[in-house]
Every structure is written in C-alpha cells, then in structure tokens.
Design a protein. Sequence first.
Length: 305
Amino acid sequence: MKYSIIIPVGPGRKVEVLECLKNQRFNKKEYEIIIIEGTNVPENRNKGFAKSRGDWVIYLDDDAYIKEDYLLQVDAFIKQHPDIAVFGGPQLTPDSDGGFAKASGKVLGCSIVCPGIYKRYITCEETLKANSSYLTGANLIINREVLKEISFDEQQYPADDVLFVNKAMDRHFIVGYSPNVCIWHKRRPDALGLFKQIYGYGKSGAELSSGRDKSLIGRILFAVPALFVLYLLLFAVTIWIDWLFSIWIIPILFYFILGLSLSAKRLTFRFLPIMFIIHVAYGCGVLGVWFKQLFRRIKKQCLPA
C-alpha cells in the first residue's frame, strides 16, 4: 500500500475531511484512512502510524477540505522528487468561513504581522529547502522510514509538528514544500478562540526556544510580541508622567497607523483588531513561559544546598 492517511480527532468531533477523501480520483486500493480519537494530538499521530501500512503517511486535520486531485498531487511530487522525506503544502482559508475567520486568515498570511508562520497560510513557490515555517501537522506527508526514526513528542503540543520537522532537518532528511499539495482549513470563528490558539503557539514557541532560528534577527522577531505586551502593561504608568507619556505613546501610534494601512490594503476593517489579538496572545504565551522559568531559577537559587 502506498499511502496511509491518518486523521487525529478529538472525542466526539465530526471528521469533515472524510467525505473529501472518499471522492479522491486515486486508486482506492492504494490508500487507507485511519482515524484516531483522543485528546492528545501527537499521541494520536503516533498511534495512527503504529496501525498504518503505507509507504507514505499523510497527516490531515479532521476539519480540513481537499480537492479530488489531492492524492494525485502528492503522488506527482514524490515521483518528481524521489529523495524527498518530509513535505507538505499550504493550508488556505475556505470561502465558507465567516467574516472574522476570513479576516484572521488574511492576518496570519501577512509577512509583516506573522513573519515566522505566514508561509503556512499562503501559496509559496515550490522548494526542497522548506522548514517548520512552511509546514504544519494539518497537511504533512512523511516517508515511513523517517517515522521509524522520529516520533511526535507527546508532551509537546501544539508545536509537536514543528519539533518533528526540526528533528528531521537535524538528521539531514530532505524537507520540501509544494503549493499544489493544498488543503483548506477552517480558522477560529471568534476572538476568544483565536486568542487561545495563538497563546498556545507562543507558549510552545518559548518552550522550544524559538525553534531553529538562532540568528539575532530571528531572536528579536520572536521576542517582539512579549516586549509588546510588557510595553502595554507599562503604558498605564506613563499616563501619570506627562513627558514620559508623550514619548511612550509614539510606538502605539505607529502600530495603529500600520494596522490601519494594512486593513485598507487588504480591504477588511477587522485586520487591525485581529493583528492586535495575535500579537498580544503570542506575547502572553511567551511571557508565561519566561516568568515560569524565571521563578524556577529563583526558587532553585533560594533553596539551601
């Protein structure tokens, strides 16, 4: 068997992608569908692989949509690049999403707002030098031999996919990206859902020490949302100091001007508030981990030897 399609799903959730998989223009004998239900997503992924028989394992989210030629595109990419080990493609926002969800898709796909992850949400050029900034577990194809060496970290979620891709790169497996291996993935329908999602990204990013990017620019970009949240917390203090307030307010004015200009460019008034939610949520996630690590160090130093 060539392909094992594994779909991790939460308890009681509907597997919406199943109908799309049944309509694939691909030999039904060449692929199997494995649905693993549970609350731990990376554990579900590992359990799915243990039950699989395919030479290639395809991980899809349960609420994704794919076209009838999805497997044909996967197959064509593998034939074109026989040395490929791990690859995926974009997860675009479906037209059926509501206004808030569509707008959040535009924000997530903006390189200025989300420089570390925007490539996941737009169509980019094909490459055999992809990394975790391109790929997600919602649309991830992995050679069976790779999964024999690397498993998903069941203690690391939602960045278990990021960690997996990083490990594959560390072991010199070829990681690629194809714009044709595309899925449509629902976005969070409201502000609270989006905040929780991005907060989790910030928390996981801090736990992974900002991923693979060890450059000065990479570290600065990673820290900016956390510094932005600290800036906002200190903003209230400056109100009582006139000269400091007149200086302190300048960055937030630039921020809102940038947000308004991007809102006009992308023709959605929701762009600015969603941009604000994403930056604050990510920053809070990072700060939460940083403060926890700081308290642990202080506690360790205070304990008697």
